[in-house]
Ligand binder design. Structure first.
Ligand SMILES: [Ca+2]
Length: 484
């Protein structure tokens, strides 16, 4: 028999011993309890037993049929607990619902706060816009006030000027009255002079008949009379102060000035401006020409820019800088400034015409800067022995024909009367021209500024068919060119 067997044996023995002890103990207890019953009539004994306290760790089971204990958990208690539990659960659910509702309200509150913040921001923005608008309107108001002030100032100035204008008008009226009175006095004096003259010579000078042509188109909108004539010039001739006195006749001859290099051709001399053009000079300017029979070269202005070019300018008026009230010798040899106002000279014009068949072009410019022209199909002069008689072809143009009535007439100056009038047309018209008696044109007359002028004998630069006898042209050019 081994150790293991022995061990088992010992354990079994101990087990039996334990059981026997327990049985002994229970038997003893029963005996003790029963003891009083057996001997109760005799004596009473009391015993105290110490029983180890038992701890309840598991569920408490209520044994059916056992006596109810006040500490025992009954089914009613369980039902009550369950009822309580369900009630608490319902309350919990209610609370949960309340909590959910509160959460929604919190969210709504948050949204409302956010909206409120947005509204505040929007209100601030609107407030700033309002402030900006107010400031802008204030600025506008200031500008408006400034403009009103300026308008008021302008109005005041306008009123002041209007007042000044009325004063000047009054002064002008007064001066006009004085002038009229002076005119009356002058008229009386002239009449007195005529009487004295007639008494002395028995032949009073009678002015030529005034030009009666009434042009279809008067080149002015506002007629104004002026006696501003012959602007100051470097030649120093006397300034005319009235149409009756007229400029003083001048006896100087053609002044050959040093020409500006830009418009002057040093080549030549040519037969005429067409020859210069044929030689390759296509620019308008000053050229030297020497007609075939001429003894000396002449300075002329060649116009190469109109109507094919090749035009020799024999007369120019444009600013009143040269006095055209001159004698025969001056008109024969020429005078003036080739790049300004000038007269080429009758002798030169005659020699040019001797070279071939020429045509004539008259350019006129009025004070509205409108240009018109008159062209004649042929042109030449007869020699000096014939008084440089004018020979013209047929007219064509838009200025009207105010030269054909001078065709066949000799040239007249203040010192050589060749016209058909009883007196000297050059004396009355203050120029030199192929006067008839006296005529429809006076392109060498007095240069009046402004157009319409006042004069007793029509001494302006007029072309009767364009403007009448009392309209002085602003510009004139007379040109000739060989016929093609
Ligand atoms: Ca005469």
């Amino acid at each position: 028999m081994g150790i293991r067997a022995w061990s088992i044996f010992v354990l079994v023995a101990l087990s039996f011993w334990g059981n026997s002890q327990a049985l002994t103990k229970n038997t003893l207890l029963s005996r003790i309890r029963r003891a009083p019953e057996a001997s109760g009539e005799t004596r009473k004994c009391s015993y105290t037993f110490l029983v180890p306290e038992q701890k309840i760790t598991g569920p408490i089971c209520a044994a059916r049929g056992q006596v109810p204990d006040k500490d025992r958990v009954t089914r009613l208690d369980v039902a009550a607990v369950r009822d309580l539990l369900s009630k608490q659960r319902r309350e919990m659910e209610t609370l949960k619902l309340v909590v959910d509702v509160d959460g929604n309200m919190v969210n709504e509150m948050k949204l409302l706060r956010k909206e409120s913040r947005n509204m505040n921001s929007r209100v601030t923005q609107l407030y700033m816009q309002l402030l900006h608008e107010i400031i802008r309107k204030r600025d506008n108001s200031l500008e408006l006030a400034q403009l009103e002030t300026r308008v008021l100032n302008a109005t005041t100035e306008s009123l002041r000027l209007a007042s000044r204008y009325r004063e000047l008008e009054a002064k002008y009226a007064a001066l006009s009255a004085i002038v009229n009175n002076q005119s009356v006095v002058i008229g009386m004096l002239e009449e007195r002079c005529m009487q004295v003259y007639s008494q002395r010579y028995e032949q009073p000078p009678v002015g030529p008949p005034l030009v009666q042509v009434v042009p279809e188109n008067i080149p002015v909108h506002v007629p104004r009379f002026t006696n501003e004539i012959q602007r100051d010039n470097t030649r120093g001739f006397a300034r005319d102060r009235g149409s009756r006195s007229g400029p003083s006749p001048t006896t100087g001859s053609l002044e050959v000035q040093k020409p500006p290099q830009s418009n002057f051709s040093a080549e030549g001399p040519f037969r005429d401006c067409l020859a210069a053009q044929d030689a390759g000079h296509a620019t308008s300017g000053m050229y030297l020409i020497k007609p075939d029979e001429s003894e000396r070269p002449l300075q002329v202005w060649c116009e190469q820019g109109i109507d094919g070019g090749g035009w020799t300018v024999i007369q120019t008026r444009r600013d009143g800088s040269v006095n055209f009230f001159r004698n025969w010798e001056n008109y024969k040899s020429g005078f003036g400034n080739v790049d300004g106002e000038y007269w080429l000279g009758l002798e030169g014009i005659y020699k040019l015409g001797r070279q071939g068949d020429y045509k004539l072009l008259v350019e006129l410019e009025d004070w509205m800067n409108k240009k018109v022209y008159a062209q004649y199909s042929s042109f030449h002069l007869e020699p000096e022995s014939e008084g440089f008689r004018l020979r013209l072809g047929t007219y064509q143009g838009n200025a009207g024909d105010s030269l054909s009535s001078h065709n066949g007439k000799q040239f007249t100056t203040l010192d050589r009367d060749k016209d058909a009038f009883i007196g000297n047309c050059a004396h009355f018209h203050k120029g030199g021209w192929w006067y008839n008696a006296c005529g429809q044109s006076n392109l060498n007359g007095v240069w009046y500024a402004g157009g319409v002028y006042r004069s007793k004998f029509q001494d302006g630069i007029f072309w009767a068919d364009y403007g009448g006898g009392f309209y002085s042209m602003k510009g004139v050019r007379v040109l000739i060119r060989p016929i093609d």
